[in-house]
Design a protein around this ligand. Sequence first.
Ligand SMILES: Cc1cc2nc3c(=O)[nH]c(=O)nc-3n(C[C@H](O)[C@H](O)[C@H](O)COP(=O)(O)O)c2cc1C
Length: 401
Amino acid sequence: MNDFYRNKNILVIVTGSISAYKSATLVREFVKSGAHVRVGMTAAAQKFITVQTLAVLSKHDVLTDLFRDEKAAVTHIEWAKWADMIFVVPATANIIGKIANGIADDAVTATVMASPAAKVIAPAMNDVMFNNDAVVRNLNLLKSDGWFIIDPAIGFLAEGYESQGRLPEPVTIINQAAIRIQARGGELKGKKLVITAGGTREALDPVRYLTNRSSGKMGYALAQVAAELGATVVLITTTKREELYGVREIVVTSTRDMHTAVVQEFSDADVFISSAAVSDYRPASQAENKIKKVGHENLTIELIQNPDILSDIGHMKKAGQIVVGFAAETQNVLASAQKKLSKKNADFLIANDVSNVDSGFDSDNNKVTILSRDKDPEKIELLPKIDIARAILDRVVKTLA
Ligand SMILES: Cc1cc2nc3c(=O)[nH]c(=O)nc-3n(C[C@H](O)[C@H](O)[C@H](O)COP(=O)(O)O)c2cc1C
């Protein structure tokens, strides 16, 4: 789960949509990510999910009434100050209209208006409502007021048919919001990063291929962090993992396909990060039909060399462009990586020992050493891949500056 929310104060406002039940998962996910969570509910929301459910999950009383007690404290002002972020999830057409037009006639709208926090809103409604002129107008107003709008997903609506209006899954909302909030004023704004991910596949026949154990997790982590820092990201990948907001994916299969896509995207890019595990070799020929056992006591497959993506891009780069390679090795890791750095004309080489069982291929963690042209190798201890990605991109940001 995203570390971005750790120790943050998050106010979740729930309104009267049929998808209000998903707010329970949203609150739980925020709590799991280490955030302090409070919940505000409109009167209509309480028809769909109970106050008690959200009070227990958030471990705090729920804000429902503007005039709820006679103490000196003004609850909605206190809560407005407390919040670092406000999430209106799900948001009805009604609440969107009220907030966009400055109406503060209940506990939640008064709190929203009194808060300088970062604000995220996830509309959920019938598709005709979502396309209604007033709703479109009001969402545009919120956008220009600096709200982060999480677009509804296309999917099966409560009305029984497929269209746009469905509340995205809570984890998607959480990840998308983290990327967008961090990207505002991000250090890679205006920069284009091309990142590769996954293991390439080299066909032997229509059903078989040669590949490796790469999962694509490192490349996806790099793409996520680059997007969080505001970059324009193109992820050229052989595997489809989670959808990342603001990342354009190009799905390829073989090393040659990946090479073509990288060369094309690199011409106007600022940075290339080669985290895919590309096959050095491919079968000399691909059988048109499935290779049969009959007639083959032993089968020898001739392999020929694939193009070297990192080396070609390294030698193609112009002044100002940065190239980062990965060296997955099982022996003499540092010496091999050092050689690769100069041979491929890369600016950084990330050496990882993939013989470790607790890191490297298919693991959520990685243990790497960052080699660069003018500094001593920097060893980074075992960390989640997302933190390794942050460490790598930190070096890239400093070099671009
Ligand atoms: C069964 C049912 C489901 C509803 N679902 C939605 C919805 O998904 N989105 C929406 O904008 N309004 C929906 N409404 C209408 C809102 O509940 C209504 O506009 C209400 O006034 C919203 O109040 P609030 O914005 O203060 O929560 C629904 C109403 C009912 C009865």
